[in-house]
Design a protein around this ligand. Structure first.
Ligand code: DLL
Length: 433
């Protein structure tokens, strides 16, 4: 069985990769300078010209791009090619209210789908497999991205899209789907629904899942792997950089390899914008070095994580990014303490709950309040008040030790928190500041 989709590049030496990056970066900076007046102006303001960028070592000289730039230049300001060369767009709702619209030439689509194909092969996929793509199709990049990747590998591709859970399960069983692609929260929901239908992992043919688009913990991975009887692989990406497949997990299931022949990653301190050494935690910044229609240079993702380069047992040489811990804009500041939803999730799953919870932040008498509503699992469901109080107190203690602040925990009945077919919405911040 093929272990790699493009072995010569996925396992290239560090020197070879660097050479590719240097060459593509120099070309990309020229392309942007010539074709994207918005970014050229930013370069001019910083006193940088394409002649100053001779290799990756010069990357730090370039200005950053952020969500604010996308908003300012909406809709066409960052387009790098004539509109007639664009064959597709995708879009996501921006946190600033305006949508982010990303553009693709046919060449951009090809390299994006190759990235997704690498992820599918790394998860054990081949032309023998039936891949059910249960990410949303349409403006969201998840569906069409993995769909294209799956076809590139030669898998039988089922464009199920999200929703209609019973039909999803029927197709998985009837068509013998071996790989499923969806958000981790939807994978958990599928597992829950199968259980309710009286199905065990032995009744379903799946062997692997490729899950991403939102933060998920190692505990959630364990739960999904057990309920579906599969290996669960992480995949990372964002619309601005094509979509899924910027980075993907391999058989080690321990961090995601970044497709370094297309993307150069940096970690910066989000406050000072200083580039941090490898291994430090900070904000992930990406430079897309060969995407032409929407050529992002030094794009600030707001995702917090670390990078490590080292030998991987899978044989790939691409640098790895850890599971993102959260986003700078997801980070809640509660009574002055930084709280990431992923930390709360870790505590809940460690205590035997599933990722069905809601975090409600408010303000009373000028003090922030943190309420966590958690579903009891059907197995632990009880109306014994004493038992419920004890369980709630255990969680309060666990959260206090993880976050350093006290939360109010309310256990709620199984199935009372709305399930998500795409990205889960877990935080409600009612503070009007
Ligand atoms: O979520 C692309 C995608 C689709 C990735 C399917 C993986 C699978 P956006 O909607 O633009 O694109 O959202 C991008 O989602 O900046 C992260 O904050 C978050 N994200 C994506 N993948 C992961 C992951 C798609 N594996 C934003 N772990 C990113 C944690 C993730 N967060």
């Amino acid at each position: 069985m093929k272990r790699y989709f493009q072995e010569e590049i996925e396992c290239a030496s560090e020197e070879k990769l660097r050479e590719i990056q240097n060459k593509k970066l120099v070309e990309q900076v020229k392309h942007v300078w010539d074709n994207v007046p918005y970014y050229r102006k930013k370069m001019e303001e910083k006193g940088v010209t394409p002649d100053d960028i001779k290799s990756v070592d010069d990357l730090h000289k370039l200005p950053f791009l952020s969500k604010y730039d996308l908003r300012d230049s909406y809709p066409y300001g960052l387009l790098g090619v004539p509109k007639k060369d664009v064959v597709r767009i995708h879009s996501t709702s921006g946190t600033t209210g305006k949508r982010v619209v990303a553009y693709y030439t046919q060449g951009d689509l090809d390299l994006w789908e190759e990235c997704c194909a690498r992820a599918i092969v790394a998860a054990g996929g081949s032309e023998e497999d039936v891949v059910q793509v249960s990410y949303g199709y349409g403006l969201f990049t998840g569906g069409l991205g993995l769909h294209g990747g799956s076809q590139k590998v030669g898998c039988m591709t089922v464009p199920a899209s999200s929703g209609n859970t019973e039909r999803q399960i029927m197709f998985i069983r009837d068509l013998n789907a071996t790989i499923i692609c969806c958000t981790p929260s939807y994978a958990a929901y599928l597992g829950e629904s199968m259980k309710e239908m009286g199905l065990t992992p032995d009744d379903i043919p799946l062997k692997a899942g490729i899950f991403g688009a939102e933060a998920w913990s190692e505990e959630m991975r364990r739960d999904i792997q057990n309920t579906l009887g599969i290996k669960a692989f992480d995949i990372y990406g964002l619309t601005e950089l094509s979509g899924p497949g910027v980075a993907f997990e391999c058989s080690e299931q321990n961090g995601m390899h970044i497709n370094e022949d297309h993307f150069i990653a940096e970690i910066i301190d989000p406050d000072t914008e200083e580039v941090l050494p490898e291994g430090s935690q900070g904000e992930l910044v990406f430079t897309a070095i060969d995407k032409k229609a929407f050529p992002m240079l030094r794009y600030r993702t707001r995702d917090i994580c670390t990078l490590t380069r080292g030998k991987c047992s899978c044989g790939r040489t691409f640098i790895k990014m850890a599971k993102p811990k959260g986003r700078t804009d997801d980070m809640l500041i509660i009574r002055g303490v930084n709280v990431f939803p992923s930390q709360i999730e870790t505590v809940l799953l460690e205590h035997g709950y599933q990722a069905n919870y809601q975090i409600i932040v408010g303000r009373e008498n000028n003090t922030d309040t943190l309420d966590v509503h958690v579903e009891m699992t059907p197995e632990m469901f009880t109306d014994d008040i004493k038992e419920i109080n004890k369980r709630q107190a255990d969680l309060v203690k666990g959260l206090l030790s993880m976050l350093g602040i006290k939360a109010k925990v309310t256990l709620v009945a199984p199935k009372s928190i709305t399930r998500s077919e795409g990205k889960a919405v877990r935080v409600i911040d009612n503070r009007k500041i």
